[in-house]
Design a protein around this ligand. Structure first.
Ligand code: CTP
Length: 401
């Protein structure tokens, strides 16, 4: 993977994590990239232009209305002279301005004027990240093809815990490399469809049926397949874990939307159904909030089955993916149930896991899986979900080779 000679326009916005931009510049320079930095109007409170200039060995731009800058390199040219625009850290404010199309400082203006790919590395307080405004802004940006790396989950400078920490500079460098110099990889030229997360089935406008799936395993599989060179479409239900970089993400809420998005994504060479799709939905969700009335019995929910996405993708059809992999979340008789499920659904492999509460797998970081194929059952050791994903992706690549 070679970044030699690539040109990065690094836009640094305001936030405690801005100091990590210095390390990112150092890594990029070490990889042979040319780096030009632009500071948003708030970034100068957290990191100095002089440090960025020293590390990038290049002029740092801050001012939209600088005659000197405009005569040297106008903002339009600045935004087009790069191979990739990277926003790190990307504050909630700058992401909102990007989503709205504002051009009220140099950073926002170059982002609006560019015709080059854009990668953002969000960093903010967990509540700001989870605020519906930020969620909507991220969806808008994703729909426009903006790539995202992170944020990571962990302790934050504001003494809170959750997603919102800037991805570490090596992870940002990896995302940049994946975009600018993707390795050919054993799955190059292959299209992989991955489902991930839970689905939400509405009862009324404020209530829904859901489950505890975090989306971690499915997202990790999407990232692992992309790392091996596959073009990946990730269809994912509502989750808080970050979307992996370098994959096309389709965000859905319900099982029916997930099925529609999967069928739209075909043809695919590989399908991995890791989503915990709700088996049932309410026959007709109420259009207004269901109210309690004193003395009245609780409402009855009339449930109807959801389409089985895995079974539909596995069924013989001209565009059936060559390899269809399902998951089986079981609490009893894991191997027998998983082997029966493989035959019932018609998929090629089943990744079976024991989701009894004592295992901590549902929503946790690790997974203990059994791979059920036509040849038999393999027991894999307990591994972080990222390693389960890498092992599965390597197995898929070897099978399709
Ligand atoms: N699945 C799907 N669409 C559904 C239900 C499940 O695509 N409507 C997929 C899941 O993504 C997973 C596999 O089917 O890959 C197994 O799902 P699971 O819920 O464990 O199995 P079920 O068939 O629902 O059987 P049971 O609930 O009886 O265990």
């Amino acid at each position: 993977m070679n970044l030699l000679g690539k040109r990065i326009l690094l836009i640094v916005s305001g936030g405690i994590a801005a100091y990590k931009a210095l390390e990112l510049v150092r890594l990029l320079r070490g990889a042979g990239c040319g780096v030009t930095c632009v500071l948003s109007r708030a970034a100068g409170h957290f990191v100095t232009p002089l440090s960025l200039q020293a590390l990038s060995e290049s002029r740092v731009y801050t001012d939209l209305f600088s005659l000197t800058d405009e005569s040297e390199m106008g903002h339009i040219q600045l935004s087009r002279a790069a191979d990739l625009l990277v926003v790190a850290p990307a504050s909630a404010d700058l992401l909102a301005r990007m989503a709205t199309g504002l051009a009220d400082d140099l950073a926002a203006t170059v982002l609006l004027a560019t015709d080059k790919p854009v990668l953002v590395a969000p960093a903010m307080n967990v509540r700001m990240w989870q605020h519906p405004a930020t969620v909507a802004n991220m969806a808008t940006l994703a729909a426009r093809g903006v790539q995202v790396v992170g944020p990571d989950e962990g302790a934050m400078a504001c003494n809170e815990f959750g997603p919102g920490r800037l991805a570490e500079p090596p992870a940002i460098l990896a995302a940049i490399t994946a975009l600018l110099a993707p390795a050919p990889g054993p799955l190059a030229g292959k299209h992989a469809l991955v489902t991930s997360g839970p689905t939400h089935e509405p009862i009324d406008p404020v209530r829904y049926i859901a489950n505890r799936s975090s989306g971690r395993q499915g997202n990790a599989i999407a990232a692992a397949l992309a790392a091996l060179g596959a073009r990946v479409t990730l269809v994912r239900g509502p989750v808080t874990v970050p979307d992996p970089a370098g994959v096309t993400v389709v965000r859905v809420e319900t099982a029916q939307q997930m099925l529609d998005a999967c069928l739209d994504a075909l043809p695919a060479d590989i399908a991995v159904c890791a989503a915990a799709v709700a088996d049932w939905r309410v026959a007709s969700a109420a259009s207004g909030k269901i109210k309690k009335s004193p003395g009245a019995p609780p409402p009855m929910l009339d449930l109807v089955p959801n389409p089985d996405i895995l079974a539909l993708l596995s069924a013989p059809r001209p565009d059936r993916p060559r390899l269809v992999v399902g998951f089986a979340a079981e609490t009893d008789a894991l191997d027998e149930n998983a082997a029966a499920k493989r035959l019932r659904k018609g998929c090629d492999w089943i990744v079976a896991n024991d989701v009894s509460p004592a295992t901590g797998i549902m929503g946790g970081e690790d997974n203990t899986v059994h791979l059920v194929t036509a040849a038999g059952i393999e027991d894999w050791p307990r591994l972080p979900k990222t390693e389960v994903a890498q092992r599965l992706a390597a197995r898929i690549a070897a099978t399709l080779a």
